[in-house]
Design a binder for this molecule. Sequence first.
Ligand SMILES: NCCC[C@H](NC(=O)CCC(=O)O)C(=O)O
Ligand SMILES: NC(=O)OP(=O)(O)O
Length: 316
Amino acid sequence: MKHFINPNDVDSVEELVQLGLELKADPLKFQHLGRNLTMGLVFFNSSLRTRVSTQKAALNLGMNVIVMNVGSDSWQLEFEDGVIMDQGKAEHVKEAAAVLGQYCDVIGVRAFAGLTDRDEDYKEIVLESFRRYAGVPIVNLESATRHPCQSLADLITIEELKKKERPKVVLTWVPHFKPLPQAVANSFAEWVLKTDYEFVIANPEGYDLAPEIRKDALVMHDQAEAFKGADFIYAKNWSSYEHYGQVLTQDRSWAITEERMALTDDAFFMHCLPVRRGLKVADAVIDGPHSAVIQQAGNRVWSVQAAIKKILEARG
Ligand SMILES: NCCC[C@H](NC(=O)CCC(=O)O)C(=O)O
Ligand SMILES: NC(=O)OP(=O)(O)O
């Protein structure tokens, strides 16, 4: 695997899930692979899980790790081609990515959507610039439209917890007062659609994900109906794709309560975290016996470790 940016970079999702489980059982098995190599992590946005789990994974593979917070630690970067740089941005990504590629053997990048210009976000300018100019493999640590490290951890978690061969998995929109990216939801849908799970997306009108993401997935605008018989409830807020970046409703009846969960087949509750308690999910659900959120976050180590292992092997 050359890069880990979206599922098209992955030969077999199933094999990568199994590798994650194998690494979880024996975290230091491939410690020789990354010896004397350096993993660089570049953050344009905040992070708890991604930052620490990726460091941990790289250390498990024997790598050294350098973390940089762009914005506070470095120069503001320009991404546009052919501009006269007479404003606030002191350095172009062409040099910045190429220079980081001199110091690091693999680079992880986190850069959220701006949520003002849909075409710009969906072109993935930041990630694609790093892919183009760094000259080393790139790991997507949540970009404008995808979060593959999260989605792979989600599939590992479902594999661990599922009680039937083909569980019913529901991705549901939950309310939030400010616009959030579509990356986590997009990515989850894309990865689940590569499995044979039964898959339903529940969201209010106006929140349908991009057609190229949801493909032929069943989309329901009635959450209670969607929950019937579900084995996994994956909750996430996202802003509108159609009315790009807008909050069209904050309808609290879409929050995850015990009453709603009672409609499912004893489903596990999943969320990528961070989550706002009370607003998106009732304490009784996230603190309850069917909450998978901590296991899910724990599995972030094995998902990114599997991706980095594949990259190191391909690099020779
Ligand atoms: N990496 C996990 C999710 C990150 C981001 N959530 C957030 O920004 C939540 C912020 C808040 O609740 O204020 C998102 O939705 O993509
Ligand atoms: N789920 C996730 O990516 O968490 P962080 O934003 O804290 O890294």
